[in-house]
Design a protein around this ligand. Sequence first.
Ligand code: MN
Length: 749
Amino acid sequence: MGIELNVPEIDIEAENKEIVRRYRKLLRTAKPVIKDNDAKLIRKAFELAVDAHKEMRRKSGEPYIYHPIAVAQICVEEIGLGTTSIIAALLHDVVEDTNVELKEIEKKFGKKVASIIDGLTKISGTFSPGSSSQAENFRKMLLTLADDVRVILIKLADRLHNMRTMDSMPRNTQLKIASETIFLYAPLAHRLGLYPIKSELEDLYLKYTHTDQYFFIADKIQQTKASRTKFINEFIAPIENELNKQNLKFTIKGRPKSIFSINNKLQKQKIPFEEIYDLFAIRIIIDCPLESEKSACWQVYSVVTDFYKPNPDRLRDWISTPKQNGYESLHTTVMSKSGNYVEVQIRTTRMDEISEKGYAAHWKYKENTTQSKEVGLEAWLVKVRDVLEASDSSAIDFVNDFRSNLFNDEVYAFTPNGELKVLPAGSTALDFAFEIHTHVGLTCLGAKVNQKLVPISYKITNGDQIEILTSKKQKPTDDWLKIVVTSRAKAKIKDALREDKKVIAATGKEILERKLKHLKYDMNEGLLTDLRTFFNLKTNMELFYRFGISSLQPQDLKRFKEAMDKNLTGKPLQNEVRQSPIMDSKSFEREIKKIRGTDADMLLIGEDMNKIDYTLAKCCNPIPGDDVFGFVTVSEGIKIHRTVCPNAVELMSSYGYRIIKAKWTSQTELSFLAGLRITGTDRMGMVNDITKVISNELQVNMRGITIDTNDGIFEGQIMVYVNNAEHLTQLVKKLKAIMGVVNVFRFDS
Ligand code: MN
């Protein structure tokens, strides 16, 4: 942070007294966690830091050493860390900002402290969203995190103190640090279970970026304090009374929610401050031995709901299944006598400490608790490492993926063997498949959730039992990236797609080489550059790939050769067709003549894929073999509709000048999406028979399937990829042959 030298009129003596006072306070707070010899080491670190920073001042004019002392204080008081972290915090800026070297620190304080400070030094500087070198830094930081989570905890303390003391910073620095905080550090704090730090970081972000809004809410909270206290007291009185009767030891707190979260509510619900009822939550903290924690919490729950009616949709039991970051608590929302909902959080002292101090509190209770509580966080660290090491994904992608995981809440689901998997909320069956094993993910066809067949895009809800169905024929597609939310699944799918594309490109390269030979060309870099320019493609890989999937073909090469032969100027060749706008059927015919050089007025679907911009209309899902026409839209190029499309009549009658003729070419190998509706009588194994026909016998890929059964009758909808109408007819025939199937017909949209 900022350094300024010549600051006039300083009372050095008073300052030194203040430094010592702050240091003593640190020692007092740390007393319960430090052992006999530790005090000496901490003193040594303190003296080294004082000496190293003695010439430095913060932007506010204060001695710089206030900052490392404050960071150490946060580490002890707010995160619950011990000696090693205190020493590292005191020295955290020494290597970066002064001429003390890491070697010296290692000699004096040992390897552990040195490696933590090394980690902290490496991740200093600011991280701006979207910049790749900083994204790379962030990735490094998370790698260190998997090594020793104290690095990130001290970094959070450092950031928190900087955010608390930003007033004398220039405005642009404030904004940069604040946005970096909301982008990265607040979510990290959340993920590590440091809720108070997370909320403070968010509030401070708001203070510097939305200053008016921040003070508006802060004032309102202050003004309404008296009436709120009155309400809370009335609300808890009967509960307190009853808990005392039942001889429970407890404390009750009623705390307003953070300014940041209130602001979110104001923005989202667009209501005035006065109308937000859930401004605060009541927290009941029970003091009880470990073995009776669970029953005590439910006992309190029972008391609370005896007085106030609970909203059954808002019960959250994080005691039976703690969150991945270790959070344990029982939440319920009940109706107060005045007709407002109030959130009540029930937990024990131990759980409360974990929710306040997160990761560090785990260590404290580690020996006392069962294995399972530790497993969540460890598993998370393992996963972080997994994703970090996933080969190819670029650092920026990674950061974005990772961030989205940080923000999400969680959802719990079981394997058929009853093994619990915790995933980010919004995860799909496909995410779950990748969670089990990469191979299971890559061949995932669908899933059975609670015995019902669902598509891979099925969104998991808490408590689902999920059995993944796989098929050897199944392969990831680009669409899959839109289905998954976990960064692990995304990375694996991207890897597979890249592999797939490479294989196709390799074949395409052979094809291209052969065709070029026919035209008496040698395939060299110069020629490839000309080809890329002509077809408007960025990479050779892309060029090969197009030939691999036959979207570029021999006649395209002929066109290229003609242009080369005509081109005597030596200027780079351009495929002019792409730039020409097609506005109506007239301009379409003009363009198509340019391409084919002969009289033609027909769009050949498949052949012209790469020269003229068209897409298949979603309203009627045409597939090869269907009677179709093209419609020139205003902004989205040409759309292909079936002549039986419900919109066809209107389009043709009102916009005749935009209609163009179109038909399918025979050589097209592309897949098209079609919908089938199947009805029949339900029986055991029916669904398996259907999926077998679809995936094994006809090698069709399913995109989605939903099946409803009711009183022995079932109705299913399947979205399949087929090559043409003939292919679809065959599939319908096979499906009709399945025992119990009564009818199969195609439907649109
Ligand atoms: Mn610092």
